[in-house]
Ligand binder design. Structure first.
Ligand SMILES: NC(=O)c1ccc[n+]([C@@H]2O[C@H](COP(=O)([O-])OP(=O)(O)OC[C@H]3O[C@@H](n4cnc5c(N)ncnc54)[C@H](OP(=O)(O)O)[C@@H]3O)[C@@H](O)[C@H]2O)c1
Length: 261
């Protein structure tokens, strides 16, 4: 048992979740990592511990509420506390709406939305009792502006935002913070995972950022809680541009659409 803060991070076996785990561990938090690929997850935890941090790996599929509950229980068992929940696990998809079948849409919702729902729900119940806590939800800039060929993915990312904004309002005036994170394209396993999970090989377009950059902006929000994090500063203008000039925003969005190779 230690008196350091504990963060649970879903989807910590690669990409933004992994970078966030390393960055939060460097801040002194005990990080409890959840994802399905046990070997990768254990490797991330081992490297954090070897670097002097505290980490626990817990295999977890976020689509299963019972497994997410077990992840939270494992954090409480290992450290006696839960201070931060990062709902990050997610999966991409590429295809026009008429090419997207209902089973694929449901599966994407299960991972991106219900995974967030299960983890946020478990954490917020605990935070309310404790009277404090910090919930991070990693959405996407596509959770603020739809992009061609990403209707299914955008729907899941908008759903995360609706959940997060509502919970934030429910908790206004308390010491429980809710932060929504809106990365632009980030150099992670995201596209490789689409090949692995769906057999979809797509090319990218537009600016890119590193997962370490996203994690650094999340560390700033951890230190000084804020409602929204736009790791690429200019992208903060996207919701306003979309509301004021929807036609122009759609035209710009087509330039950032990912297409099959
Ligand atoms: N990369 C981008 O361009 C980008 C842009 C904006 C937002 N995002 C969002 O950032 C988040 C992280 O993605 P990333 O870019 O870091 O991609 P990534 O490298 O592919 O990481 C995705 C993570 O989610 C985990 N995951 C997937 N399905 C899961 C499940 N059913 N249960 C538990 N964990 C699961 C993966 O672990 P396992 O496979 O081991 O389970 C992995 O750790 C996602 O929510 C994504 O939508 C990404």
């Amino acid at each position: 048992m230690t008196d350091r803060r504990t963060a649970v991070i879903t989807g910590a076996s690669s990409g933004i979740g992994e970078a966030c785990a390393r960055a939060f561990a460097s801040e002194g938090l005990h990080v409890v990592l959840g994802a399905r690929r046990e070997a990768q997850l254990a490797q991330v935890a081992d490297q954090i511990v070897a670097a002097g941090g505290a980490a626990t790996a817990v295999p977890c599929d976020v689509t299963d509420a019972a497994q997410v509950e077990r992840l939270v229980t494992a954090a409480l068992d290992a450290t006696g506390r839960l201070d931060v929940m990062v709902c990050n696990a997610g999966l991409g998809y590429n295809g026009r709406l008429d090419e997207t079948d209902a089973d694929s849409m449901r599966r994407l919702m299960e991972v991106n939305f219900f995974g967030t729902f299960h983890a946020a729900r478990a954490a917020v119940a605990h935070f309310r009792q404790a009277g404090r806590g910090h919930l991070f939800i990693v959405s996407s800039i596509v959770g603020r502006k739809g992009v061609p060929r990403m209707a299914a993915y955008a729907a899941t990312k908008f759903a995360q935002v609706g959940l997060g904004e509502s919970v934030r309002a429910e908790l206004a005036g308390t010491r429980v913070h809710v932060t929504l994170v809106y990365p632009i394209s980030t150099e992670t396993e995201f596209r490789r995972a689409m090949v692995r999970e769906w057999g979809l090989d797509v090319s990218g377009a537009g600016p890119r950022q590193s997962p370490e950059h996203v994690a650094a902006t999340m560390v700033r929000a951890l230190r000084h809680p804020r409602a929204d994090v736009y790791p690429m500063r200019l992208s903060r203008l996207v919701p306003a541009a979309s509301a004021l000039l929807p036609g122009l925003a759609d035209w710009v969005a087509t330039r950032f659409s990912r297409t099959p190779k």
